[in-house]
Ligand binder design. Structure first.
Ligand code: SF4
Ligand code: SF4
Length: 345
């Protein structure tokens, strides 16, 4: 890893010097932030808190054309969209969202089955992280194996200091990205590194909420049939926001759009909170109600993911808490498990 520093007034120049990529930056939309392709360096709001939607859609788009097809008299033509995937930069991603990409890797690139569309986008994406100096009230990344200054999954890591950004180049991809920008970077000093450590400590002290996950998976399995899950899901309206805005959720559906002669095969996000998601052709539904569907959300993230990949399926971003219209709070739900008696109705 090589460490540099850039003054704040040169950051726009650095962004402009990146060529050959679609550069996704946090932009302002009303009172929210959203990652979008940069048109002008002034679009980038690096002082943002958290984007309403995580930038996972750069790698796992909400709607992705997998192929175009055309029926011919003696067969059919297929044009695979894999050949048209470009190169991307996610510039200014927070640690929790970068860690979520590592989690998605465990699902989409797990060795038994590699999703070729995800794999190509992932390979073509350079991740520039931005340390968090001020968590939101519902952030709890520190409880789930991460932290506001973690560099996991970053190719370049930035830390905002008073007079500039510390720029840590971590991987060869990061080096390649900044190859045209070296004249904008200066050496960093021991004082800069000390300031970074000070900011990290100060940020960690600001966290308000936390989950104690130790032994939780066993406790949850013990109360799988409990009415606790009916009670916690009682207010749920099945809107799916908690999953659609979650940086680690990856449920999808595949649909053909077009005529009998030609069309597109498209992958679209789906949600385990929708009854149709698990509906069988026979009309039997193994998760028929809110209880079963919400229980699945919590179990997938806090039991099954850990069992299968030794990584929780939650990075503690707090979005599902902030955005749930009926205030279902994953911290309260997981913490509440401790107080449920085994086999209780
Ligand atoms: S956001 Fe809230 S109301 Fe909507 S599906 Fe999730 S838990 Fe239910
Ligand atoms: S479950 Fe909630 S807190 Fe955890 S990563 Fe998803 S949106 Fe964030």
């Amino acid at each position: 890893m090589t460490t540099y520093k850039i003054s704040k007034d040169k950051m726009n120049e650095l962004l402009t010097s990146i060529k050959g990529y679609d550069v996704y930056v946090p932009t302002e939309m009303g009172d929210k932030f959203q990652f979008r392709v940069m048109k002008d360096a002034g679009d980038a709001k690096l002082g943002y808190s958290q984007s309403a939607k995580p930038p996972k859609d750069v790698i796992f788009p909400q709607n992705e054309v997998l192929m175009n097809y055309k029926i011919q008299p003696n067969g059919f033509d297929v044009e695979n969209s894999l050949d048209h995937i470009g190169k991307f930069v996610i510039f200014g991603i927070r640690n929790c969202d970068a860690r979520a990409l590592k989690y998605l890797d465990t699902q989409m690139l797990n060795g038994k089955y590699v999703d070729p569309y995800y794999a190509k986008r992932r390979e073509n994406t350079t991740v520039v992280g931005l340390a968090c100096n001020s968590p939101l009230y519902n952030c709890f990344c520190r409880s789930v194996g991460a932290g506001p200054h973690h560099k996991e999954g970053h190719d370049v890591h930035l830390t905002e200091l008073d007079d500039g950004y510390l720029v840590e180049v971590i991987t060869d991809k990061g080096k390649e990205l900044l190859a045209n920008s070296m004249s904008l970077l200066a050496g960093s000093s021991d004082a800069d590194t000390s300031k970074q450590a000070e900011l990290k400590q100060a940020c960690e002290a600001k966290f308000v909420r936390k989950i104690d996950v130790k032994g939780n998976d066993k406790r949850m399995l013990d109360i799988f049939e409990s009415d606790y899950w009916r009670d916690v899901s009682d207010g749920c309206i099945g809107c799916g926001i908690c999953t659609l805005l979650c940086p680690t959720c990856f449920c999808f559906d595949i649909q053909d759009i077009g005529s009998r002669k030609e069309g597109q095969r498209v992958r679209v996000w789906d949600s385990c909170q929708y009854p149709e998601y698990t509906m069988h052709a026979s009309s039997h539904n193994p998760r028929p109600g809110k209880k079963e569907r919400q229980r699945q959300r919590f179990f997938h993230k806090y039991v099954y993911s850990y069992k299968n990949n030794q990584m929780l399926g939650c990075v503690g971003c707090g979005r599902c808490i902030n955005q749930c219209p009926t205030q279902i709070d994953i911290i309260d739900v997981i913490e509440g498990v401790k107080n449920v008696k085994e086999g209780s109705e």
